[in-house]
Design a protein around this ligand. Structure first.
Ligand SMILES: Cc1cc2nc3c(=O)[nH]c(=O)nc-3n(C[C@H](O)[C@H](O)[C@H](O)COP(=O)(O)OP(=O)(O)OC[C@H]3O[C@@H](n4cnc5c(N)ncnc54)[C@H](O)[C@@H]3O)c2cc1C
Length: 377
């Protein structure tokens, strides 16, 4: 029965792709900082970009569980490729899928699922990181649509994006109730972006600021009902967090696999370093935390697929798996001794890349606060 389990088949297929196509090029891609468009296209051809969308709109008819399995395997190979793919599969296209017209689906969603157009998703502004209530990008209603002015920062795919899902304030007097998502193609007059940011990790992701200067969009480019903007975010917030947790699982696995290999190869005092109990304790902790994180992720993806509310469980899974991955990457560096500090070994990349996971999907201080609130109310 397991032979035909779609979860097992998908994991094997992506694992093969990662081992053959991604792992051998990961170092070169990280050093060049160039996003691997060819690998992204191959993922599109494999149906990964449309994994969580129904076949009627050009998707692959999968679900959150399958999507997260794919992200776990991809992140094991290269976190920046996995993060950009996750952005395309989920945040960049979900509002377009749920609220876009048939024409918008044909012009943007279908090409996005085929990897022909790139999407981006923008909440963050210089003065509004965790604090979305402070968003200042303004959408003013006109006779036939909206005009948008402002800027966003830390935009993954900012310089590459063909279209952007952007959270704007429609009426500052309404506070959070005034926030609405808008669909803004990058060829809209008044749209521009900064140069690509130079970052510590996930170096082939393209991040920038983006600017809106009197960008006119038609009424149908407002994604969702007026006054219900944050509901659009809430529909996928648990999924964003469990996707981030899945990226953490993949990175954790990569750091652990490399550590196990090194423990066997490296001989000191006449025996492999893995024979030392203090090194064994590190491997044991990596394995236990990976297993615990996998169970949390599997539980939450099933709850999401059953449409059972699980934001708190998703927050806990994101918090636990990312903290575990950070700890594992740190321990992997220690196990590799001085060689972990060299660019020759991949553990330095895992150690740099893991920092991104601490912010995307909510910072851990904010997550801890919201988790505790569930118990202290
Ligand atoms: C690689 C990368 C890619 C990104 N891609 C995107 C993207 O595509 N789209 C997008 O919109 N954003 C993106 N972001 C931005 C990310 O979502 C933000 O970094 C995140 O929301 C946190 O905002 P901030 O960095 O401004 O931190 P801040 O909110 O300024 O927080 C700074 C510190 O204060 C803490 N803090 C803040 N408020 C509280 C509180 N109430 N209680 C306790 N502690 C608090 C935080 O936990 C953190 O430690 C990306 C970031 C990175 C690094």
């Amino acid at each position: 029965m397991l032979r035909s389990d779609p979860r097992k088949l998908l994991r094997q297929t992506i694992a093969r792709f990662v081992d053959q196509e991604v792992v051998p090029r990961a170092r070169e891609i990280d050093e060049s900082g160039e996003f691997p468009d060819d690998l992204f296209r191959q993922l599109a051809d494999m149906g990964i970009l449309g994994l969580r969308y129904p076949k009627e709109v050009g998707g692959s008819g999968g679900n959150t569980e399958l999507f997260c399995i794919a992200m776990q395997e991809l992140a094991r190979g290269l976190l920046s490729l996995a993060a950009t793919t996750a952005m395309q599969c989920l945040m960049a296209t979900n509002g377009l899928y749920l609220y876009g017209t048939k024409e918008m689906h044909e012009k943007y969603l279908l090409p996005a699922l085929r990897g022909e157009k790139i999407g981006a998703f923008q909440l963050t502004e210089p003065e509004a990181g965790s604090d979305l209530g402070n968003i200042r990008t303004r959408a003013r209603k006109t006779r036939d649509g909206y005009v948008i002015n402002g800027m966003k920062t830390w935009s993954t795919n900012g310089p590459k994006g063909d279209f952007h899902t952007v959270l704007c304030q429609t009426d500052p007097d309404k506070g959070l109730k005034g926030l609405m998502f808008f669909f803004i193609p990058s060829d809209t007059p008044g749209f521009s972006h900064s140069r690509k940011f130079d970052c510590l990790g996930t170096r082939s992701s393209t991040l920038s600021e983006i600017y809106f200067n009197d960008c006119h969009v038609p009424e149908e480019y407002r994604l969702g009902e007026e006054g219900r903007g944050l509901d659009v975010l809430l529909t996928i917030l648990a999924e964003i967090r469990i996707m981030t947790a899945s990226l953490a699982l993949g990175l954790h696995r990569a750091a652990m696999d490399d550590s196990i290999r090194y423990c066997r190869e490296r001989v000191q005092f006449g025996r492999p370093i893995g024979k030392n109990q203090l090194i064994q304790a590190k491997i044991a902790n990596m394995a236990v935390n990976l297993e615990a994180g996998q169970l949390m992720v599997d539980k939450v993806t099933r709850l999401i697929d059953q449409k059972i509310p699980c934001l708190n469980e998703a927050s806990m899974a994101k918090y636990f798996t990312v903290e575990s991955a950070c700890k594992t990457c740190d321990e992997a560096m220690r196990i590799h001794g001085a060689y972990g500090y060299s660019m020759e070994y991949s553990v330095q990349r895992y150690y740099r890349d893991n920092r991104f996971l601490l912010y995307g999907g909510g910072t851990h201080e904010v997550l801890q606060t919201t988790i505790a609130r569930q118990y202290l109310k």
